[in-house]
Design a protein around this ligand. Sequence first.
Ligand code: TYD
Ligand code: MG
Length: 468
Amino acid sequence: MARQASRYVCQECGAAFAKWSGRCDACGEWNAIVEEQPRPATPRGLGVGQGTAIELVPLAGSEADAPRLASGIAEFDRVTGGGLVAGSALLVGGDPGIGKSTMLLQVAGALAGAVPVAYISGEEAVDQIRLRARRLGLGGSPVRLATATGVRDIATTLDGGEVPRAVVVDSIQTMYVDTLESAPGTVAQVRASAQELIHLAKRRGFCLLLVGHVTKDGAIAGPRVLEHMVDGVFYFEGRSSHEFRVLRALKNRFGPTDEIGVFEMTGRGLIEVSNPSALFLAERRSDVPGAAVFAGMEGTRPVLVEIQALVAPSPLATPRRAVVGWDSARLAMVLAVLEARCGIGLAGRDVYLNVAGGMRIAEPAADLAVAGAVLSAASDRAAPSDAVMFGEIGLGGEVRGIGRPALRLREAAKLGFARAIAPAQGGGEAIPQAGIEITEIGHLSDLVAMFGPPRAAPDAAWPQAGGV
Ligand code: TYD
Ligand code: MG
């Protein structure tokens, strides 16, 4: 039989090639391709009768043998879809130092009150974990700790004796299986280690929580292969300059993927934030031009965030458009609609957009608030301080109705806002009044009229490219 040739696998994206090359064709990364020895192939012709018969069960059976394991940390349970499912494997990714180990130790501590829980670290020594646990107020917690990186030893331990109901493995990049030659952290090792652990979790019915580091472009655990193997992928994010953290589901076989859990980082660990709007608006100054409050939705929960814009004369031939926390293509579209449909030209000016507090927004419903912040910055007039904005902007400049207006309005009213600048809801459906007055916007030009024209750029100071 022919010897199997080795493969060349990109350590960034997991793509496999027959030949080595300096640059990965799939993801464009340089120097990421590494030779990997093939795993022994399954011999042809298995031969019926040599395997063990599997059990076929009726579909109509009951699944409720093991109910979900709720940690009691509401923000975590919401994102997982109501608690951990027995036999499932979840991947928690995030930048180094963002707080993954802290969060999972807190979750382990919370679960350990009710069921046996193991925390296996390949990164920290037992004493270090104990020290952290004490700081988190979990000094007396019954969580079982271990420092290990060999999957064979971990699997042997978890396969015998009292099997924990939940197991944290921190992190999958430090784990290795000794049948492979590649170093821990390579795609082959990460994939094989995860496979072994996931298989064991399914067989023994415990919930496996894998910690994964992210690559520089933000993909979880580098090898995307991992994302297909697990039941849920969660991303723990935030900016190191801000003290709050958001847990977001990217994939969840057992729950929704649009819910977020919000935590505040403190010296004594993560604290749940049950009212994120209040946190995100805490440092708002209502009288400054260039800010608008967006009434958004994150899953089933309304969240108010401040959107800030800065419009400044540009010394560059191609003015800068910089966006933090929103989609830059979407900003380009809003600016183009402002120019083409409302005659507000911002060519020759830099536009900066920032979602305050480090939040990231994906909803098109933020269009109107973005336009409001940009218009406010350009005209140097503050937006009404008691108003929230939401609505999707179409290419014709029309402002469209969006989902869940009533929930957004109720949240705004709860936080003391008196007005909403929003579209009329389509289909004749009126926005239910929620103790809040609505200024209806049908076309973007209505919003432009509220702010007035942009202040002239001081051309003398900054000669425009192409100008005289
Ligand atoms: P850590 O959980 O180790 O991050 P990760 O596992 O994602 O690399 O947290 C990083 C540092 O931040 C660590 O020194 C502890 C500190 N920290 C707090 O002091 N309070 C907190 O609430 C959190 C989450 C972290
Ligand atoms: Mg860690």
